[in-house]
Design a protein around this ligand. Structure first.
Ligand SMILES: C[S@@+](CC[C@H](N)C(=O)[O-])C[C@H]1O[C@@H](n2cnc3c(N)ncnc32)[C@H](O)[C@@H]1O
Length: 189
């Protein structure tokens, strides 16, 4: 396993305390801390997901709202962002307002593991490998032809349709995984 992957997964799992600690209490402890996806990677994730007019994009664990804001601004589609941390929800709402996409983006304080995903056409993830796996029962209920894109982390047991890597200027290598529903489960021996 590459070293950056271990460091990154540890940081996201909260073993590294973020510089700006939250003053407000989340619904419960987040399963993963906020680490933003670089804007270039956000754009590539949405391209890979092939967002089409009239579709609905859900970002599960939306952080500062950059993915729903970008999806709505660039593709004119309706987007939803869900986060368990009220500080992130506030930042997302500010981001939505700054970018004048209030008519297209909805931000909710919600635990993603209690969400019905059936209305989404595209799901974006930047969580952790084990959280991607925990989402499988919910992702199995997506409409056929829905796309799921995950920044950096795979979903063990489900074969991705595509895997790409990219290195934004001055940054590290990022990996993006794409799945299309129905999910193609790998055979266990
Ligand atoms: C690594 S950040 C990704 C943020 C954003 N999606 C991006 O790519 O820039 C993960 C986010 O998930 C949120 N989160 C963690 N556990 C959650 C849960 N059970 N339900 C909703 N949000 C959660 C965290 O508060 C954090 O903002």
């Amino acid at each position: 396993m590459r070293r950056w992957f271990v460091v990154l997964a540890a940081a996201l799992a909260g073993f590294v305390v973020p510089a700006a600690a939250s003053q407000e209490k989340p619904l419960r402890e987040p399963d993963v801390i906020f680490v933003p996806t670089p804007q270039e990677v956000v754009e590539r994730m949405l391209e890979l997901a092939d967002v089409r007019p009239g579709e609905v994009v859900y970002d599960l664990g939306c952080g500062d709202g950059r993915i729903p804001v970008t999806a709505s601004k660039k593709y004119g589609v309706r987007s939803w962002g869900f986060d368990i941390n009220p500080v992130r929800v506030k930042e997302s709402l500010e981001n939505v307002e700054r970018n004048h996409v209030q008519h297209l983006v909805t931000i909710k304080l919600q635990d993603i593991f209690e969400l019905d995903l059936s209305k989404a056409d595209v799901i974006t993830l930047y969580l952790l490998p084990q959280l991607n796996v925990k989402l499988i029962p919910q992702l199995d209920k997506l409409k056929p032809g829905s796309r799921i894109v995950s920044h950096d982390f795979n979903m063990e047991g489900v074969r991705p349709k595509r895997e790409v890597t990219m290195t934004p200027p001055g940054g590290r290598e990022h990996r993006i995984y794409l799945w299309v529903t129905p999910l193609e489960k790998e055979r266990r021996n």
